[in-house]
Design a binder for this molecule. Structure first.
Ligand SMILES: Nc1nc2c(c(=O)[nH]1)N[C@H]1C(S)=C(S)[C@@H](COP(=O)(O)O)O[C@H]1N2
Ligand SMILES: [Mo]
Length: 397
């Protein structure tokens, strides 16, 4: 017995639904989601999860492919993460259009004619739910809105694995159908003529989704490029700030007393401990470079930083050139209070412990007395309010 309502044949009447529209939207989405997935996994790799304190998910379950994230060009992470977040937004209207195009399939009766078809439909359920989950959590994170209780990065990472697996099955199953659409050049043929005029053409649906995508892109891309264009990013939180603060000193529990005259940077290498006041740091050779901070949320800002090269600090600490370093912040709680850097990142010419920005002392919110700035490093590892640096040769886990 066929249930009533949408389960009845002929309930959905739009003549433009069908393999042509769905196939074209699917091909557009395949290219876009491939960029988003690739840059997402690159972001995971850029965190260098095999260094102490950097792992996002338990080590034995980590992404199997990894390599040392380069330090040049300095805008590399701004580019990959800018692509991830902006193309991720562009995907949304096309996903909605595609869901609309296949919506009647939700009500096919019987739900599955064979066990194989049941598995295929289950993979689509996973694909749709992981797509919605990834887009929703990604947008919420970029808007600093955390209505969910789980850890965003961990959930978004596992969601990506489900998405890629479900997408692979979907592409294999549907590819013959999509290829047929292109081979028969069906998209240039008119919609069945025996039907009433549709209210919108297939091209109209795609153009409508495209216009939505363009709107989202224009409302966001300015914050990825940074500089004066940041103001144009209408959908970006805090777009009025030319040099945004991710977390203020107050939010991180940093008080002026903690960074006053008693402040000392502690360097450790084996048994050797070196303490440096901010005065001592300023007396060391200073280096200046224009480098971006590129945040996982997709914004970036390029400033002129001045401070002590990390390679000079490594030498002063008495650590060898193959040492990695665990940087710890004065901040007492929170997942961002410590992060490790690789030997290459420590050795990069422009990598520094910044004391000044644009010729002036760092503000408390930007990490006074001293913060890490390394070219092409994800923003989250540019630790602010640095208290301690542990150089360790056997640090790789
Ligand atoms: N100690 C500490 N360092 C930190 C953070 C933090 O919350 N605590 N936030 C990080 C993140 S996510 C980013 S994007 C940059 C932002 O730097 P800014 O606030 O100076 O723009 O600082 C990083 N360093
Ligand atoms: Mo960030």
């Amino acid at each position: 017995m066929r249930p009533p309502g949408p389960f009845r044949e002929g309930f959905f009447r739009s003549p433009i639904r069908g393999p042509v529209l769905t196939g074209i939207l699917g091909s557009i989405l395949l290219v876009l989601t491939a960029i988003v997935a690739l840059t997402g996994f690159l972001s995971h790799i850029a965190y260098m999860p095999d260094l102490p304190g950097n792992a996002i998910v338990p080590k034995d379950r980590d992404f199997p492919l990894t390599f040392d994230w380069p330090t040049s060009p300095s805008w590399l992470y701004a580019l990959t993460q800018g692509l991830h977040t902006n193309v991720g937004l562009v995907v949304i209207p096309f996903v909605l259009a595609k869901l609309w195009s296949v919506f009647p399939r939700l009500f096919v009766w019987p739900p599955a004619k064979s066990p194989a078809q049941a598995i295929e439909r289950l993979s689509i359920a996973l694909l749709v739910s992981s797509t919605i989950f990834q887009l929703a959590t990604g947008v919420a994170n970029a808007q600093y809105w955390y209505p969910f209780k789980f850890n965003f990065v961990v959930a978004h990472y596992y969601g990506a694995i489900v998405f890629v697996a479900a997408l692979a099955i979907h592409v294999i199953v549907k590819m013959p159908m999509v290829l047929r659409v292109y081979k028969d050049r069906e998209w240039i043929k008119p919609i069945r003529q025996d039907l009433d005029e549709p209210t919108i053409s297939r091209r109209g649906v795609i153009a409508f989704a495209g216009a939505g995508a363009l709107t989202l892109l224009l409302g966001n891309v300015g914050q990825s490029i940074g500089g004066p264009l940041r103001k144009t990013a209408l959908f970006a939180p805090r777009r009025d700030s030319g040099f945004p603060v991710n977390k203020t000193a107050r939010q991180a529990g940093i008080t002026p007393a903690m960074v006053g005259d008693d402040y000392q940077l502690v360097l450790r290498a084996g048994q050797r401990v070196t303490s440096l006041t901010r005065e001592d740091l300023l007396a060391l050779p200073q280096h200046t470079a224009r480098l971006p901070i590129a945040c996982v949320e997709g914004w970036s800002t390029t400033q002129e930083w001045t401070g002590v090269r990390l390679s000079d600090l490594r030498r002063r600490a008495g650590a060898s050139e193959d040492a990695t370093v665990l940087v710890q912040s004065l901040q007492e709680a929170g997942v961002l209070r410590r992060a490790s850097l690789s030997a290459d990142q420590l050795g990069a010419d422009d990598a520094m412990l910044a004391l000044k920005v644009n010729g002036e002392d760092l503000s408390l919110d930007h990490g006074y007395p001293a913060r890490i700035i390394v070219p092409a490093l994800p923003g989250v590892h540019n630790t602010k309010w640095v208290a301690q640096m542990d150089f360790n040769r056997e640090a790789r886990t």
